[in-house]
Write a protein that binds this ligand. Structure first.
Ligand SMILES: [Zn+2]
Length: 219
């Protein structure tokens, strides 16, 4: 399966849900604006399942919505809790439309993005760590080195730009934390890891292949 088929397959699954599923809901609920985690559209929905929350001093301060909202575009449900945990599940996916990444690398990266979108931030950082180790070996680093060695490899071999040097320590710290059995990673740490992976993927796979794909035949 090439990259295009992989994404086609994911889109087909989404359309199937839109075409074949009807939600049985009685009344419209208080409307809510959100960015759908499945189709990425910014939508306004008053279709879904809402809640009644028993009032107390805490609730009074955090008066907002807890409910499941059906996206008017793709018909999939998003859980939104703006009272207890400030959560949306799934969060909007980060879609950077990478086309020239080897499939096995792309699958791990996609899984990291999926983990992020359901709020699994430690999972995201562990997947980014695995991904970065895989990429380092693909770019010529020795196998079975430590994560810190691989991050150093990107820096020393100029797979990241000199001006991005301050990322190196940060990424090493986040990776070490994720691998420690009691420490959980935050949303911000997961986002930093995803940005770093995107930077490595774009500068070492996406952009170089973009040029070679555009070359005329016989040149
Ligand atoms: Zn949607």
């Amino acid at each position: 399966m090439n990259n295009e088929d992989y994404f086609e397959d994911r889109v087909d699954n989404r359309d199937l849900f839109k075409d074949k599923v009807d939600w049985v809901l009685k009344d419209s609920i208080q409307e809510k604006n959100f960015q759908c985690g499945y189709c990425g559209k910014s939508v306004n929905s008053s279709k879904g399942i809402t809640t009644i929350i028993h009032n107390d001093a805490f609730i009074e301060q955090h008066k907002d919505i807890v409910g499941v909202y059906i996206c008017p575009n793709c018909n999939r449900p998003t859980f939104i809790d703006n009272v207890f945990s400030q959560t949306q599940v799934p969060l909007p996916k980060i879609d950077n439309n990478l086309q020239n990444i080897p499939l096995e690398v792309m699958e791990v990266y996609q899984e990291a993005l999926d983990a992020y979108s359901v709020g699994a931030f430690t999972g995201t950082t562990l997947l980014c760590r695995k991904l970065l180790m895989h990429i380092a070996v693909d770019l010529g680093a020795k196998e079975n080195e430590s994560f810190a060695e691989y991050v150093k490899f990107f820096d020393e071999q100029h797979y990241i730009s000199p001006r991005s040097h301050n990322w190196v320590d940060e990424i090493r710290k986040i990776g070490n934390k994720a691998n420690h059995k009691l420490d959980m990673n935050t949303k911000e740490e997961a986002e930093k890891d995803l940005i770093f992976c995107e930077m490595i993927l774009k500068s070492n796979y996406e952009y170089p292949n973009e040029i070679s794909n555009k070359k005329e035949p016989n040149q």
